[in-house]
Write a protein that binds this ligand. Structure first.
Ligand code: ZN
Length: 309
């Protein structure tokens, strides 16, 4: 499942929980409401709360109203006690008080859902993102520690300033085993911690997705490409390892990078290729994006093969 599929599933779980807790509260409330005295207090407190919402905070009027709400609440609790009902049983026990388990706040997905997606990704068995973070990154495995510390700092800044930075692309160049993927995973993990949606794909899998996109009906095209276009952070691992499919790989990749740049969405690419080789292999429009210092950061990490260490 990709980030958005997990997100959708978790929102649906939260919605089911919402229905459940509200139904339970409704049942308890129905029992309590059979008592006229309770019903009167209940209506009274509702009206006062509505009134309070209209007043500005911390005025004499609002403080008086708050006091009277508290005193009605006390009476309600006593009334419920006589019926052996606790006040807690008429308050819905939402997982999240902010979105009341709807999963959304206005137009946005609630932070509780982003946090749960991150958690889900962390704990799933084949999670590619469960390993390195900037906190636990072991830089001693790199040869030029001073340089690599600077690179990691720049990468961390890039993620932390995702909402404001003018840079949209972060390209990590280096030979096999230089630690490119390691750095990218740290960045992806950090973005997840900040509540961003992240899609992490090898260039091979991305290419397959492009092929699906190319061969599918117009109706299905959007659902295939939307996650790749709309995630806050797209990670493409090992660009250059994929087979170049005629009319598919280069135009679709160029479209994706262009669209994401236009939307100010961030993309990380790792590759064994040098900038010259990227220029040779792909579209000049794609290269000019990746090489343009106004929109892209490129770091070259050379290291002896870390996998042999
Ligand atoms: Zn929430």
């Amino acid at each position: 499942m990709n980030y958005f599929e997990i997100q959708k599933q978790l929102i649906s779980e939260a919605n089911q929980h919402k229905v459940l807790v509200e139904r339970e509260v409704d049942n308890n409330l129905n029992i309590a409401m059979q008592d006229k005295a309770f019903k009167k207090l209940f209506v009274e407190i509702k009206d006062k709360k509505r009134e309070l919402a209209k007043l500005s905070n911390n005025t004499k009027e609002s403080r008086d109203l708050e006091k009277s709400i508290l005193s009605i609440r006390k009476k309600m609790i006593e009334n419920l006690k006589e019926k052996n009902i606790s006040i807690q049983s008429i308050i819905p026990k939402y997982w999240c008080r902010i979105c009341k388990d709807s999963g959304v706040v206005g137009q946005d997905v609630c932070k509780c859902i982003s946090a749960r997606v991150t958690n889900y990704l962390r704990n799933s068995d084949n999670n590619p993102l469960n390993m390195p973070t900037f906190k636990n990154a072991d830089l001693s495995i790199f040869e030029n520690k001073e340089f690599i510390t600077k690179v990691f700092d720049t990468a961390k800044q890039f993620i932390e300033k995702m909402n404001t930075t003018k840079y949209n692309n972060f390209t990590i160049i280096g030979s096999v085993g230089a630690g490119k993927t390691y750095l990218m995973k740290c960045m992806a993990n950090h973005a997840l911690d900040l509540g961003k949606s992240v899609i992490d794909l090898s260039s091979f899998r991305l290419n397959q997705l492009f092929l699906d996109y190319y061969t599918s009906s117009i109706r299905d095209k959007n659902s295939i490409i939307d996650p790749v276009l709309n995630c806050d952070l797209l990670c493409i691992d090992d660009l250059g390892c994929e087979q170049l499919l005629n009319n598919v790989t280069i135009p679709t990749l160029t479209m994706v990078i262009n669209e994401r740049n236009a939307l100010n969405k961030k993309t990380i690419i790792t590759t064994n290729l040098s900038l010259d080789e990227i220029r040779e292999r792909y579209d000049y429009r794609l290269c000019s994006r990746l090489i343009d210092k106004n929109v892209s950061i490129t770091v070259n990490i050379e290291n002896k093969d870390l996998r042999q260490k």
